[in-house]
Every structure is written in structure tokens, then in C-alpha cells.
Write a protein that binds this ligand. Structure first.
Ligand SMILES: *Cc1c(COP(=O)(O)O)cnc(C)c1O
Length: 410
């Protein structure tokens, strides 16, 4: 088929099998198990010669369609949908690493990712070497023969730092390391990860892709641009599955055995989420620009951070990697923590909640919540102060949101 735009593609990805009723929406298959016509057919299935759904913890039709859609939209070689963003990250690392090995990771991470590396996987013998990921030489000092991957987030939250993806890709290639990106904040309609040398993309589809905080989900995306023979942890799979070795290990081992499958009902929400992803993100982005300009001009607002604004120093990177849309999270600073709290408590439309990309605009004071357990030094190293507020911008009529902010500031 001719290459079409994001939403046109989303709406027209064919089902794996024709629907008997020609339904225009992928039906929700809630079945746990699927039957076979004969004993021979089951045997052929278990030998890998007759492909069919068997048991929904391993695969099921509605989840499979979500995977097919995301695969078409990312032009990748394979997608595995899982139960959450954390399941995507943990499955990926369990497949690629083992005790005694290490990964190099950015040090500004989603909190639970940091905890997974620091507290959970470390107990299984995987070491994470945290780094600012700012320079080639700094990263190279951390690489040794047991290093398997470089892990980073495309845009950090709430600092909104943009990774130097070109440099990371160059270092990873030079040392034959796998480059893994968490691109949750920059979904596939704004960021084409494969084009920038990323090998594996992990996503919390709970955020942008779910269509507005409808359900929990995650995705592991293999961009088909890494030679799996270079990873000894996949040696049991490379000969038989070749380019699909990583996906085969996840499906036949990690994903199946740890049980982090996506529920069919969730996949139903997430399919719809992909259909309207581009529309929603563009609306949120327009709202970010309007809010950013309003906040920039307001005398009580000290500082506005949003790399989608021309006034932000990261604007050129947002253009280079994300077609100008570096997610739709922004932050700004008021005079003091007291001013932040008074402001938050006066809001009537913006909701006080911690999530990213709901349809509703959400506000949080990161210092006293997401960073509550951090020491003062750790907060300061993370670039978090108590005057800062984070906005996850929604799809409301932006005049109403601006009026809400204006009234709460006065
Ligand atoms: C939310 C989030 C996750 C975790 O996703 P869940 O779906 O909540 O498990 C991972 N990375 C980033 C950047 C996130 O924002």
C-alpha cells in the first residue's frame, strides 16, 4: 500500500484475519483459550508449524491487532504489547541481560524505572551505571566487556531535557551496544525512533497512546536494526529465529513466563487511542503554545519551560527529533512553594493529579510529591525546586484553561 499519513494509516491497518461480519471496529475477544480441529492440529501448533492463538496470556486477537497497528505506525519489525510501561521496561531488560552484566542509563529517569534498576534488577545481579549521558568520553569511561546497552528517555520529566540522540546512537554503534529508548513522552506520531538509530523502544502506552488515561499498557518495539548475534544472552534464539531472536525470546520465555500480558479490554481502548493519537497530541500541542505564551507574559510567572516554544533553548532539538512537538508536558515557576499551593488550590478547571496526557489538564507540585522521598541534594541534582509546577496539558478549549490560570494567579 502507498505510504499514508499517521492517522490514515492508523485507521486502515488490516486485521490479521478477515472478520466474519466485516466489522469496522476490531471486536473485543475476551476468551482465555482457543480450540483446535484435531489432535494433529494442536501438535502442529505446539511444533510451531500451525500458527494460531492458544491461550490469551501468550497472545489473543484484540491484543494482536493493537500490536499490528503500532507496528505499522512505527514502521518497525515487531511490537509486543504488555500490561504497563514498567512491564515493557522489565521484560526488555530481563531478555537482554543477566547477572554480572551492566547497562549504562541516563540519571534523570521516570521514578519507578530508577527504582527498577537501582532496587529490583540489582538484586538479580544486573548493575546500572548512571550517567548524565552528555558526552561521548564520559559514556565510554563506563563501558566494559559486560556492558549490554545504553538506556535513556527521549525527554525527561519534569525537567524536559532532550537527549542527544545522535551522539548516543554513535557511541552505541561504535561499541556494538544496544540503544534502548523510553519514548513515552514523544509518541510515534512525533518521533520516528528507528530513523535515529534506536534499536529497542519501550513505551508506557498508558500515557499518550491510551487515548486519554483510559487504561494501563506498555509496548516493546524492535526496530529491526541490531544484529542479535552480538548479544550472547540471545544465543539460544539467534540461529532459529535470526532477525526475530529478541522478540522470540520475549514471547517464548520472558513475557510468557512472567505473565505481564495486556488484557483484551485494554487493547480495545488502546486501539481507539491510536486512531485519535495524532489529533489529540496536536490539540494538546496547540494548547501548550497558547498556555506557554500566556505564562511567559504573566508578571507572577518566573520561568516557563517547554521546548516547543521558540523562547526555550531546547527548541532546535525539539525540531530536529520530534517535528517540533517534544511531548505536551510543560513546567513553570512561581514566587514560592506557598504561592504554588495557593494557586493550585484556587484552580477550578485544571485538576490536581499526577499523570501525563489525560484529556484533562493536570497540575502537580513535583518537589512535594514525585520527589518527596529525595534529599535536598538529590532534588537539586535533579533540577527540582519548590517553586516549580508541572502541567500535563489537555484538550480543553484553551481559553477556559487560560482564564482558570489567570483567575487563580490574581
Ligand atoms: C509512566 C511512565 C512509565 C511507566 O509506565 P506505566 O504504564 O505507569 O507502568 C515509564 N516511563 C515513563 C517515561 C513514564 O512516564
Amino acid at each position: 500500500m502507498k505510504k499514508t499519513g499517521f492517522t490514515t494509516t492508523a485507521l486502515n491497518v488490516p486485521y490479521a484475519k478477515a472478520d466474519p461480519h466485516n466489522a469496522l471496529q476490531m471486536p473485543l475477544y475476551e476468551a482465555v483459550a482457543y480450540e483446535f480441529d484435531s489432535a494433529e492440529q494442536i501438535e502442529a501448533n505446539f511444533r510451531g508449524e500451525y500458527i494460531a492463538h492458544v491461550y490469551s496470556r501468550s497472545s489473543s486477537p484484540t491484543v494482536e491487532y493493537f500490536e499490528l497497528k503500532l507496528k505499522a505506525l512505527t514502521q518497525s519489525s515487531a511490537v509486543i504489547a504488555v500490561s504497563s510501561g514498567m512491564a515493557a521496561i522489565s521484560n526488555t531488560l530481563l531478555a537482554l541481560t543477566k547477572a554480572g552484566q551492566n547497562i549504562i542509563s541516563g540519571n534523570r529517569l521516570f521514578g519507578h524505572t530508577y527504582a527498577l534498576f537501582q532496587n529490583t534488577l540489582s538484586e538479580f545481579g544486573l548493575e546500572t551505571r548512571f550517567s548524565k549521558l552528555c558526552s561521548e568520553s564520559e559514556i565510554e569511561k563506563l563501558i566494559d566487556k559486560n556492558t549490554r546497552a545504553i538506556y535513556f528517555e527521549t525527554v525527561t520529566n519534569p525537567q524536559l531535557d532532550i537527549a542527544d540522540i545522535e551522539m548516543l546512537s554513535r557511541v552505541a554503534k561504535k561499541h556494538q551496544l544496544l540503544l534502548i529508548a523510553d519514548s513515552t513522552l514523544t509518541p510515534p506520531n512525533v518521533f520516528n525512533a528507528g530513523e535515529f538509530g534506536i534499536n529497542i523502544e519501550v513505551l508506557s502506552t498508558t500515557k499518550y497512546i491510551s487515548g486519554g488515561a483510559t487504561s494501563f499498557g506498555g509496548a516493546i518495539i524492535d526496530h529491526g536494526n541490531y544484529d542479535w548475534k552480538r548479544n550472547p544472552n540471545l544465543s539460544a534464539y539467534t540461529e532459529k529465529f535470526k532477525a526475530n531472536a529478541f522478540v522470540a525470546k520475549i514471547r517464548k520465555n520472558i513475557y510468557r513466563n512472567t505473565g505481564g500480558s495486556m488484557a483484551p479490554q485494554t487493547a480495545r481502548f488502546q486501539i481507539q487511542g491510536l486512531d485519535i493519537l495524532e489529533l489529540r497530541v496536536e490539540k494538546c500541542f496547540q494548547n501548550c503554545l497558547a498556555l506557554g505564551n500566556f505564562l511567559n507574559a504573566h508578571p507572577q510567572v518566573k520561568k516557563v519551560s517547554y521546548p516547543g516554544l521558540e523562547t526555550d533553548e531546547r527548541y532546535p532539538l525539539a525540531q530536529k527529533y520530534f517535528n517540533g512537538i517534544p511531548g505536551t508536558i510543560m513546567s513553570f515557576e512561581l514566587e514560592s512553594k506557598t504561592a504554588c499551593y495557593a494557586f493550585m488550590n484556587r484552580l477550578q478547571i485544571i485538576r490536581r493529579a499526577t499523570n501525563l496526557n489525560d484529556n484533562k489538564t493536570l497540575i502537580i507540585h513535583p518537589y512535594s510529591t514525585i520527589y518527596a522521598e529525595f534529599t535536598e541534594e538529590e532534588r537539586s541534582a535533579a533540577g527540582i525546586n519548590d517553586c516549580m509546577l508541572r502541567l500535563s496539558v489537555g484538550i480543553e478549549n484553551v481559553g477556559d484553561v487560560i482564564a482558570d490560570i489567570e483567575a487563580a494567579l490574581s
